[in-house]
Design a binder for this molecule. Structure first.
Ligand SMILES: Nc1nc2c(ncn2[C@@H]2O[C@H](COP(=O)(O)OP(=O)(O)OP(=O)(O)O)[C@@H](O)[C@H]2O)c(=O)[nH]1
Ligand SMILES: [Mg+2]
Length: 460
C-alpha cells in the first residue's frame, strides 16, 4: 500500500543534546528537504540511496544559515517504512528542531501521528505486526532479558514460529476441505485420526507459547515488591541497602517516610520495582494517615511483599496488624537490626506468621542483603536467564489470540474424531487460522491496529 502524502516528525527525544533527527517518509520527502537544504551534491532528482549528504539548512524567512546538517536518504522500498525516507541530522535544541519541523510542514509534509512510521512499515510489508509491536518493547525494555525477548520478536522469531503453525494448519485445512469437494471418496473417514493428531500437535505448540506468558510478562514488565512494616523498623534502610544507594531518608524518628518511594533494580535478570512505604500504625496525624492509606493500596497491588520486623524489640500489636494485611500475599519476613541483641527468635515469628519465608538482615551493616535478594529471586521465579532458543510471549494480545486458536483447534479435533461434517470442522479450522493471523497481522482489524500503534510516540 503506497501512501500519497509525506509525513514528518522529530524522531529524537526533546531536550538539549548532541544530535537531533527529523524524519520524513513519503514520495515528496527529498523534494521537501531540498527546499531548505543546500549542498553541492544534493540533487533531489538524482540522490543515491543509503547515502549521507553534508550541507547547510537555510532559514527560508531571511535566507540566513540556520545549522549544518547531515541528510540521510533511504530509497523506497529499502527503508523502515518501505517509502522514501529522509532524515535530517542536525544539532539538538528544541527551538531549532521545532523550527525545522515547521519548515518541513510549510514545504508540504504532514505531522505524523503516533506510530505512523512503523504503521507504514507494517502496511508496506517491511515487518509483520509482532515485529512492529517489538519496536516499542525494545524502546521500553526494563531489563536485559526483557530486551532479549523484544529483540527476538523484532528479528521475526515469534512471527516465524506463528507462520510455521499457520502453514501446518493450512495444509490440514486443505485436506479437510478436499473431503467437502469430493464427498464420494470418503477421504475424511480414512484420514480423520491422523488429521486429529496433527491438529493436536499444533494445539500443543500454541499451548507451549501460552505457557511462556507469565514469565515473559515478569521479565518484560517487572515485579512490584512492596516494603512494609510498622514505623521505624528499617524499611527505608532496607530499600537503600538493596539498591546500594542512599535513596530514601532514614532517621530515628518514627514516621519518616510519608509518601511512596519507588526504584527499580534487576535481580536474577528480572526488573524488580521496589516500593518503600510509610510505616503502618494507629497514628491519627493527617499526613501519616494519608501515607498509610497509600501504603495499603500498594500492598493490595503488590506481586510480593517484604514485611520488615525489628528483631531488637519485642513483636507487638502493630506488627500483628501489618501481618494481618498479608493473608493472601506472597511475602518474605525480613528480620532487621540483627546486629543488635535479639528480643525474639524464629519461634515467635512462627506464631505471628506460620509458613513465612524468613531472612535475617542488618540493613545498617549490610549483612544478609544477598540472601534477601536470593529469596526475592526465588519467590518471583527469576531463573537468571533464558536460553538462546526460547521464545517468550509478553503481550496479552498474543496470548488471547493463541487461546482462541487453541480452543478452535480443540473443537476441530473433537469434530474429526466424532465424524462431524467436514464443513463444520473446516469452520473451526478457519477460526484457528484467523486467530493465528491476528498475531502477525494477516487478519488484524483496523481498530486493533489503531490501539496497537497508539502506544507509540510520534516520530516512531
Ligand atoms: N542497629 C540498626 N539500626 C537500624 C538498622 N536499620 C535501620 N536502623 C535504624 O532504624 C531507624 C529507622 O530506620 P528507617 O530505615 O528510617 O526505618 P523505616 O521503617 O523506614 O521508618 P519509617 O519511614 O519512619 O516508617 C534509623 O535510626 C536507622 O538508622 C539496622 O539494621 N540496625
Ligand atoms: Mg522509611
Amino acid at each position: 500500500m503506497q501512501h500519497h502524502d509525506t509525513i514528518t516528525a522529530i524522531a529524537t527525544p526533546v531536550g538539549a543534546g548532541g544530535i537531533g533527527i527529523i524524519r520524513l517518509s513519503g514520495p515528496a520527502a527529498c523534494r521537501i528537504v531540498a527546499k531548505f537544504f543546500k549542498s553541492k551534491n544534493f540533487n533531489p532528482e538524482a540522490l543515491r540511496s543509503h547515502s549521507l549528504y553534508f550541507g547547510t539548512i537555510i532559514d527560508p524567512q531571511d535566507g540566513s544559515d540556520l545549522d549544518e546538517a547531515l541528510i540521510s536518504y533511504m530509497q523506497a522500498p529499502r527503508s523502515y517504512t518501505g517509502e522514501d525516507v529522509v532524515e535530517i541530522n542536525c544539532h539538538s535544541g528544541i527551538v531549532l528542531l521545532e523550527k525545522i519541523l515547521r519548515m518541513t510542514i510549510d514545504a508540504g509534509a504532514r505531522l505524523a501521528g503516533a506510530g505512523e512510521f512503523t504503521r507504514r512499515g507494517f502496511l508496506n510489508g517491511r515487518m509483520d505486526l509482532t515485529q512492529a509491536e517489538a519496536v516499542i518493547d525494545v524502546i521500553e525494555a526494563k531489563s536485559e532479558i526483557g530486551l532479549k525477548i523484544a529483540s527476538r520478536q523484532l528479528t521475526g522469531k515469534l512471527a516465524q514460529r506463528i507462520d510455521h503453525l499457520y502453514d501446518s494448519l493450512l495444509s490440514i485445512t486443505a485436506e479437510v476441505e478436499a473431503a467437502i469437494d469430493f464427498p464420494e471418496d470418503d477421504i475424511l473417514a480414512a484420514a480423520s485420526s491422523t488429521l486429529a493428531v496433527q491438529i493436536q500437535a499444533v494445539r500443543e505448540a500454541a499451548g507451549r507459547l501460552i505457557a511462556t506468558f507469565h514469565d515473559g510478562c515478569l521479565y518484560a514488565s517487572g515485579v512490584q515488591a512492596v516494603i512494609t512494616g510498622k514505623p521505624n523498623v528499617g524499611k527505608s534502610s532496607i530499600l537503600n541497602a538493596l539498591l546500594g544507594d542512599e535513596r530514601a531518608i532514614v532517621t530515628a524518628i518514627p514516621g519518616t517516610t510519608r509518601d511512596i518511594i519507588q526504584e527499580t533494580m534487576t535481580i536474577g535478570g528480572m526488573p524488580i520495582h521496589l516500593i518503600d512505604t510509610a510505616g503502618l500504625d494507629n497514628s491519627d496525624q493527617e499526613i501519616e494517615v494519608a501515607g498509610m492509606e497509600r501504603a495499603r493500596v500498594k500492598i493490595e497491588h503488590a506481586d510480593i511483599v517484604l514485611l520488615v520486623l525489628d528483631a531488637s524489640l519485642p513483636l507487638d500489636q502493630a506488627d500483628h496488624a501489618v501481618a494481618g494485611l498479608l493473608a493472601h500475599k506472597n511475602f518474605i519476613a525480613v528480620m532487621n537490626k540483627t546486629d543488635l541483641p535479639s528480643a525474639w527468635g524464629p519461634e515467635k515469628l512462627a506464631s505471628l506468621l506460620p509458613s513465612a519465608g524468613t531472612v535475617a538482615v542488618s540493613a545498617m551493616n549490610h549483612t544478609g542483603i544477598e540472601q534477601l535478594k536470593q529469596a526475592i529471586a526465588h519467590m518471583v521465579g527469576a531463573h537468571g536467564g533464558i536460553s538462546p532458543s526460547d521464545i517468550l510471549i509478553a503481550n496479552a494480545r498474543h496470548r488471547s489470540a493463541l487461546e482462541k486458536t487453541r480452543e478452535a483447534l480443540g473443537q476441530a479435533a473433537a469434530g474429526l474424531l466424532c465424524e462431524r461434517a467436514p464443513e463444520l470442522v473446516s469452520i473451526d479450522l478457519h477460526a484457528a487460522l484467523a486467530a493465528l493471523g491476528e498475531i502477525t497481522g494477516r487478519t488484524t482489524a483496523e481498530d486493533i491496529l489503531d490501539v496497537i500503534f497508539s502506544r507509540f510516540c510520534i516520530g516512531k
